[in-house]
Design a protein around this ligand. Structure first.
Ligand code: ZN
Ligand code: ZN
Length: 389
């Protein structure tokens, strides 16, 4: 009896000590030569109009397996409005506090925190810009405030230039936001000028509120802007993303040489990013093709006289949908398939006449990747090369 009680007590103790942590970790593999870092480059906290404390933002990243976070609280007067107990004093809250709290909390976690802020002119142009890699948000906010709320475009312009003088990486946020682009997503002359002056370096092609912007994606390709995604989340992440239904936070995939802030900045400057959002991947072919090939692991190829069985495992959180493309007419193969995250799939390949022997040194199976886009409406072509020698 004593032994039984001891066993029960031990089991109870174990149950108490067992980690209660539940994680919805997103898995995206590295590609040859680069680490794939998953980042949210646009998010808010209680230090502007969000409802979440900065340390909780870091914990959310840990829980979801994100590597990079940039808290981009609105740098204008609303920060003071929300955080000074209603006194509206413009000097009492430091605009760097959210970053400092997050950076301190992230030290033990491995999440890399980028210092940043959002510069917001409600009037277009310029609209909303994020400054990533700032060194001090206070002069940026003060430049915005100095112009007064009646002159927001001028205040935003001054703030953008102040951020740039700190060496910030500037992104145009949600160009397709219905409040600023009610009928059509438009790029203004001012944005073109910013591009030429080096004051616009990236563009948000995906924002959780508005989803994907094909226009912004196309401008990014055309003008050499870095692809950025942000949740722009103001609430706790679980209120925006339905994790229980299998949803994932939209992320910027940053292909970095090392796991460091310097490497992240270098990757952004070199346009080495992609966006993974809503089950789709957007990016340059030379980045997202190796990403696709890192996701899909060919586990086994079985060849009989008339049949090839190609066993594939999707070792990632990214679904892959393939459609047979021109160039493989001599083969009979699965024409349309989706390999879901962490799923095994076997593609069967025959000659056109099923009884004809395979008799080939290699099989080149041409597919279009239905959910990988290199430009607006342009799907990634992919050749699955199977060596049979
Ligand atoms: Zn915004
Ligand atoms: Zn925002």
């Amino acid at each position: 009896m004593k032994r039984l009680l001891a066993l029960l007590f031990g089991a109870a103790l174990l149950a108490v000590q067992a980690p209660a942590q539940v994680r919805h970790e997103m898995r995206v593999p590295d590609i040859p030569g680069y680490l794939t870092l998953k980042g949210d480059m646009h998010i808010h906290t209680i230090f502007s109009d969000g409802t979440v404390w900065p340390t909780t933002r870091v914990q959310e990243c840990v829980w979801e397996g994100l590597d990079v976070l940039c808290i981009t609280d609105h740098v204008d007067g609303r920060l003071q409005k929300y955080t000074n107990n209603g006194t509206f004093s413009k000097e009492r809250v430091d605009r760097n506090t959210a970053y400092e709290l997050a950076a301190k909390a992230a030290k033990e976690t491995g999440v890399l925190i980028v210092h940043g802020c959002e510069i917001t002119s409600q009037i277009m142009p310029p609209g909303h810009f994020n400054a990533l890699f700032t060194s001090d948000n206070n002069p940026i906010g003060k430049a915005m405030d100095a112009a007064g709320s009646d002159n927001q475009p001028k205040g935003a312009d001054d703030a953008i230039r102040t951020a740039k003088s700190q060496g910030a990486f500037m992104t145009w946020n949600h160009p397709h936001w219905c409040r600023q682009a009610p009928n059509k997503t438009v790029i203004y002359e001012e944005h073109e000028k910013y591009c030429k002056e080096g004051l616009l370096n990236g563009v948000e092609i995906y924002n959780w509120w508005e989803g994907y912007s094909p226009e912004a994606h196309h401008w990014a390709v055309e003008k050499g802007l870095t692809l950025i995604s942000g949740t722009d989340s103001h609430a706790p992440m679980f209120m925006d993303i339905d994790f229980m239904a299998g949803e994932l936070r939209p992320v910027t995939l940053i292909f970095a040489k090392e796991r460091s802030l310097e490497s992240i900045r270098e990757a952004l400057d070199d346009h080495r990013t992609a966006v993974f959002a809503d089950g789709k991947v957007y990016g340059a072919g030379e980045l997202i093709r190796p990403l696709l090939e890192s996701c899909l692991k060919i586990e086994r190829i079985v060849k009989t006289r008339t049949k090839l069985s190609i066993e594939i495992f999707n070792d990632s959180s990214i679904p892959v949908t393939l459609d047979k493309a021109p160039g493989s007419e001599e083969w009979q193969m699965t024409r349309h398939l989706t390999i879901h995250p962490f799923e095994h799939y076997t593609i069967l390949v025959y000659r056109l006449d099923k009884n004809q022997p395979i008799e080939a040194d290699a099989a080149d199976l041409n597919y279009t990747v239905d959910n990988f886009f290199t430009d607006a409406g342009v799907r990634l072509p992919w050749r699955l090369h199977i060596d049979l020698k």
